[in-house]
Design a protein. Sequence first.
Length: 412
Amino acid sequence: MMRADVGKLLHDVIGLDVETIAPSVVPYAVKQRMAACGVPDVAAYWNLVTGSREELQELINAVIVPETWFFRDREAFGAMTRHARTHALPGRPVRLLSLPCSTGEEPYSMAMAMLDAGFVASEFAIDGIDVSTRNVAEATRAIYGRNSFRGADIRFRDHYFEAVDGGYRPVPAVMNQVRFMVGNLFNLGIAGEAEAYDVIFCRNLLIYFDRELQHRALHRLHRMLAPNGILLVGPAEASLPALCGFASARAPRAFAFHKHEPSLPDTPGAGKTTAPSRKHAPARLVPSRMKSRREPARIPSPVAELPPDTIRRVLDDPEQISLAAIETCANAGRYEEAKKAAHRHIATFGPCSGAFYLLALAHDADHAEAEAIENYRKALYLAPRHRESLAHLALLLERKGETAEARAAAPA
């Protein structure tokens, strides 16, 4: 069994493009599962994983390594609450989605932010969705260690958490607002307008798809979003929504987008997809065995971020540095490491638009606007039609109020 065989399997099932993760991730996951199953050789494991839904799910769990924390990129949560406050409809709870929800830090952060903004429990509801049954189990268990609390300001822990054996657990007022589900974006029934989401967090998922699946995913997200809703993506993904019917919501550093035009079908006949009711879940999705405070349903997912030791091992060796590894590092919030790795890549392999683009992304996410603009322009000097650099530069210039230059920089 070759890495390519497993890669195609994962691509077909959850959309993961294995070229976007470190070469060692899939072989290591297969080795782990072979040992756990007591399978003697790769051919036997291939027969097992292609014939067993349960083992396929375990392989997915092994490939997807969560790397997240509470209130990651706080600007996004501010954009969420401002939007909810100005667009809430009387008598209808604000519907929020975290996809992928990983181990729960993001949807619980959404709940805390909404409570801080003055919303009461009956005024909003959050769905947290992930393709990993292990992640959903951890999110439902909801016991978090120090690694989930990062940054200088963790005062929210004193107010919204209680100390328990093994760490900290959110208080019931937070946990009761979130229901967790196991599922896959591409198997999700498309809801009607009444069931659409007002805010969708889909951060650092699209980077693990190839271009075709990125477009399919964005078209599905477009159809899941309420007419006046907003979509929030990761810093490295901010150039993609504009290509698929979204426009910038002009929320600085939140990477937020609203609908710009009607959604396109993501597959032939997609318009015939019927929405699941709240009482009936799509049968094709893997059910969560974890109990939630809100009644569980089924829905969608992420792919994997690299574990910290893998990132450091790859980035510390100039001969192994890849643009994909640098991008993964930046999306894990390790901006300084990403910058240093991008500089090493340029020093080792020479100037290239991709390295300057990722260097600019790391500066942009780290709020260093001047350095970000400088490196986006370096990327465009080497590749004048580099769409991602054009789109990010346009967004950054727009945030700075330089609208004429932003329009000139925007991709055609």
